[in-house]
Each structure stands twice: as structure tokens, then as C-alpha cells.
Design a protein around this ligand. Structure first.
Ligand code: NAD
Length: 318
């Protein structure tokens, strides 16, 4: 997989988040100067502080605290070879109801502001964090990028809107901007958001508080280790593409019951479980067809679930 050779300066939005903070670290290891943007401040948000502890204060890293809906983005994107746009409000369940305005503002309106800034400052590449949730239910085989998207949650709708919006900028004739939108399939690993499944499972083992298992446990997910997702994201910065959508998955789909069994194996303890109703917007199964990721990015997921979960367990239990 190609790296980021030649990239001197990159912008990472959502840098205080789970995937963004790993990406910033990996870029800096390759000598890239990173301008990280996030509205969460490490001075008042302990999770953001923890995520950023390996990069804050390091030479070559600049943190800009603020909302993408308000910041003056022109000076921040000026001179960047690539903008990694990972900021967004994630999560399927809370996207129903009151909070939808924030999803719309952060996932769609903020993306439009950033795209305008990229066009006005001549940024050649944006890599956008899209999501497997744009697909809705898989159709009995791994989802391919050309499948008709059918998001089953307001969150998925905003991710699809951001993706399509970005591609519409990328095919404009009057700008050098190109876009690779990565449809991440359930990313996990150290620093995973606390609302996500594998983290909730491992925390239940640690605390003994029962895990709320939504539905019957046979729902399947394609879990992607964060190191693999980051490698793909870096490769997308230089991939030969004008306006592309690419699946990024872990290489296999497993059920929640398999996750519980794997967690028991990794931790040596049973997971206490409390059955609960299936949640609105949850899909039955996700699975990525990785043909395009292999062809365009040279991507090959390399971290099996047990190994990735064991890394996350070490992080959670420390
Ligand atoms: P995260 O919540 O840990 O990180 C997102 C960061 O974006 C947060 O730190 C947040 O403060 C910041 N942010 C949100 N709105 C902002 C705004 N308006 N201005 C400035 N900063 C803002 O989420 P994550 O799990 O790291 O996900 C990163 C991206 O990947 C998101 O766009 C998400 O939709 C997408 N994604 C994640 C997964 C996954 O499994 N984690 C799967 C598919 C897609």
C-alpha cells in the first residue's frame, strides 16, 4: 500500500476523535506536518486530551480548536496537499429526533464549508470519512460501491449527502480538487468511541455491568481495525483518482455472538449480557466488498478480530 511520500502538510479534521487522532499520529511518524481541527478541546474534554496525548505539543502538530461551521477555513487549508475530513457526528441511534440538527450541521453543512475552502485555496485532494451506513442492509453478498445506497438512519443519510456533495465538487472543471470518500465499516481498536459495540463489550467484562445486547445477537458486522483503517486513509491521499468511493472493511463479517465469544477468549472472562430490543436504524448485516480498495489503494486488512480486540482490551484495562 502506498504511503504519504511527498505530502508535507496535511489537515486532519476531527483530530481529537477516535480515528482522527490515530491518523494524525501515523502521519507525523511519516514526517507530515499536521494541522488538526476539532471542536472538542483537550483542556476541558478528558477523552479528547487522552486521544491527543501523543501529538499535543509535538513539533509539526498544530491544534486548531473550533467548529468547522464557524472557523475561517481558508488560512487553515492553504498550502495543504491533502485534507482528511474525519470530523462528523457519528452514531446511528442518536440521529433520530432532537439531535438531527447537529448531524446536519456537522456532517453536511460543515463539509460544504470545507469544500469551498479547499476550492478557494487550491487543495488537490480531500479524503472524506464516509460510512457503511450509506448502504442500509447488505443484499446477501458483500456491498459494492456501485450498489444503490439505501441508508436506514438519519445518520446514514447525512453521510451519503456529504459523500455526494464532495464528489460533486470533485468533478467540477474549474478546480484541481479530487476526492476519495472512504466508506469505513465499523472501526474498532484503542480509543474507540464509548458508544460502540466492541468497547461496550470489553467494558462490561471489566466492570461486570451487563452488556445491553440489542436484538438476538445474530446481526453481523464487518469490523475494521483502526490501524488498517488509518493505513487505507493514508493510501487514499495519493491514489490515482478524481472522484471515487471506496469500501474499507476488515475482510470478514462476524455476528455479535461471535464478538462475545472472541471477547471471552481474549479476556479470559465471560461477558455479562442483558438482552434488549433491537434499535431503530440498526441493520441486519454489513460486509464490504474490498475489490476496489485492493485495486486503487493496495489495501489489505491485516489485523484479525482477536488480535485487534486484544489491543483494545489492553487499552481499556490500563
Ligand atoms: P469521533 O466522534 O471519535 O470523532 C469525530 C470528531 O469530530 C470528534 O472529536 C468531534 O468533536 C469532531 N467534530 C464533530 N463535528 C465537528 C464540527 N462541526 N467541527 C469540528 N469538529 C467536529 O468519531 P470517529 O469514530 O473517530 O469517526 C470519525 C469519522 O469517521 C466520522 O465522520 C464518522 O462518521 C466516520 N465513521 C466512523 C466509523 C467508526 O466505526 N468509527 C464508521 C464509519 C464512519
Amino acid at each position: 500500500m502506498s504511503g504519504v511520500q511527498g505530502v508535507e502538510r496535511a489537515v486532519v479534521t476531527g483530530v481529537a476523535g477516535f480515528i482522527g487522532s490515530h491518523l494524525a499520529e501515523a502521519l507525523m511518524l511519516q514526517g507530515v506536518n499536521v494541522v488538526g481541527i476539532d471542536r472538542r478541546s483537550p483542556s476541558c474534554d478528558p477523552m479528547a486530551a487522552g486521544n491527543l496525548e501523543n501529538v499535543l505539543g509535538r513539533r509539526g502538530f498544530q491544534l486548531v480548536e473550533g467548529d468547522l461551521g464557524e472557523l475561517d477555513l481558508g488560512p487553515l487549508t492553504e498550502g495543504a496537499s491533502v485534507v482528511f475530513h474525519l470530523a462528523g457526528v457519528p452514531g446511528v441511534r442518536p440521529s433520530w429526533g432532537e439531535r438531527f440538527g447537529d448531524y446536519l450541521a456537522s456532517n453536511v453543512m460543515a463539509t460544504q464549508r470545507l469544500l469551498e475552502a479547499c476550492v478557494s485555496t487550491g487543495v488537490p485532494r480531500m479524503v472524506l470519512a464516509s460510512s457503511s451506513s450509506v448502504y442500509g442492509n447488505s443484499v446477501g453478498r458483500p456491498s459494492r460501491e456501485e450498489d444503490l445506497p439505501f441508508p436506514l438512519s438519519p445518520y446514514g443519510v447525512t453521510k451519503l449527502a456529504a459523500e455526494r456533495l464532495s464528489l460533486s465538487y470533485a468533478v467540477r472543471q474549474d478546480t484541481p480538487l479530487s476526492v476519495v470518500a472512504l466508506r469505513y465499516f465499523t472501526v474498532y481498536g484503542p480509543r474507540q468511541r464509548p458508544d460502540m459495540a466492541i468497547g461496550r463489550v470489553l467494558r462490561s467484562v471489566l466492570t461486570g455491568h451487563p452488556l445491553r445486547l440489542y436484538g438476538d445477537g445474530v446481526q453481523r458486522r464487518d469490523f475494521t481495525y483502526v490501524g488498517d483503517a488509518v493505513a487505507a486513509t493514508m493510501a487514499a491521499s495519493l491514489a490515482p483518482a478524481q472522484a471515487e468511493v471506496v469500501n474499507i472493511g476488515g475482510g470478514r463479517s462476524v455476528s455479535m455472538l461471535d464478538v462475545l465469544a472472541c471477547a471471552a477468549q481474549v479476556t479470559g472472562r465471560e461477558v455479562p449480557v442483558l438482552r434488549d430490543a433491537r434499535q431503530l436504524g440498526d441493520v441486519d448485516a454489513t460486509e464490504a466488498d474490498l475489490t476496489r480498495a485492493r485495486d486503487l489503494l493496495g489495501y489489505e486488512p491485516s489485523t484479525p478480530l482477536a488480535e485487534g480486540m486484544s489491543q483494545q482490551w489492553k487499552w481499556i484495562s490500563s
